[in-house]
Design a binder for this molecule. Structure first.
Ligand SMILES: [Zn+2]
Length: 314
């Protein structure tokens, strides 16, 4: 972790949230802990700072690429006109909010348009979504699987003309580790199996509900226990065979989707799932560490990020 006043703390008086120069220094320290890295070729020893001219601070030059860059280049912020200090404050607010942050709330807090806030929220979620994930579970470990249905409440529709579609989400949670969630468009044995075997180590013990689709899937793992949600079996199994970890993980997400965002379109669901996996996976971190982890995730995603909204140049 970074030291001193530039460290990203949960204190809203952090100067990096109001001072553009301090914000740049904080982002540089987070993205480049060992010094500036060229975003084009990945080298460090070919980079020098371009100081003392009309460029202003924060510009660097790579002699190999013969090109200049700032800390924004190659990140989700690259095309944005929003000052860095607002990005940092918004990131801090989104990652530390237990119930999620809506674009409307963010626009009020930052004094920016709803359109800009909406786009910032999605870029911040993209930063939280892990680029590469390892398998869940392993020998002697337990992975819980559970499905939940989110969305679809007419009374909560904010802008939608018709009732938002219900979406089924499968969440897999290593009881002592990370979670990985998917949108399952068509819930059946085949689609559930594909998601589970892709993510969960076969040496794991899996815990699922009694849905018949899980029976053949369970045989592919070291062990399989089913629980009946309606039957209070959580208690009967003395705490061993439970899906309570997944349940806790779900309740967080459901509260956010229902209470804060009201509905989530299918197109954006994966980013919300990324946000909630991230929040679960970093649950033991302090708010400042979690924000730094989210900031690290803004790099290297520019090329895969698809502009999906007309507020692209917010
Ligand atoms: Zn270079």
């Amino acid at each position: 972790m970074m030291q001193g006043q530039l460290a990203m703390t949960c204190d809203l008086t952090n100067p990096a949230f109001t001072d553009e120069e301090k914000a740049r220094q904080l982002l540089e320290a987070t993205r480049w802990p060992d010094g500036p890295v060229c975003p084009f070729c990945g080298q460090m020893d070919t980079v020098k700072a371009l100081g003392g001219n009309s460029m202003g601070p924060g510009w660097y030059y790579c002699s190999d690429c013969q090109d200049k860059f700032t800390v924004r280049v190659g990140t989700l912020y690259e095309r944005s006109h929003i000052p860095l200090h607002k990005w940092l404050l918004a990131t801090h607010l989104v990652v530390s909010s237990k119930k999620g942050m809506s674009a409307l709330q963010l626009s009020r807090m930052l004094g920016i348009t709803y359109k800009s806030a909406w786009f910032m929220c999605h870029r911040i979620r993209e930063g939280m979504t892990p680029g590469k994930r390892g398998p869940l579970g392993g020998q002697g470990r337990t992975v819980e699987s559970d499905e939940t249905v989110i969305g679809g409440k007419m009374k909560n529709r904010a802008y939608a003309k018709k009732e938002p579609k219900k979406q089924t989400v499968l969440t897999l949670v290593d009881r002592d580790g990370d979670s990985h969630s998917f949108h399952i468009a068509n819930v059946k044995a085949k689609t559930l199996r594909e998601a589970i075997v892709r993510v969960v180590d076969r040496k794991s013990h899996i815990v699922t509900d009694e849905h018949p689709s899980y029976e053949p899937i369970g045989r592919e793992f070291a062990g399989h226990t089913t629980v009946n949600h309606s039957d209070n079996e959580y208690v009967r199994f003395g705490g061993f065979a439970h899906v309570n970890t997944a349940e806790a993980r779900f309740s967080l997400m459901k509260r956010a989707v229902v209470g804060t965002h009201h509905s989530v379109s299918e197109a954006h669901l994966s980013r919300y799932l990324g946000e909630w996996d991230f929040k679960w996976n970093t649950r033991k971190m302090k708010d400042g560490e979690r924000a730094a982890a989210a900031l690290k995730g803004i790099g290297g995603k520019r090329l895969t990020y698809r502009i999906s909204h007309k507020a692209a140049d917010a």
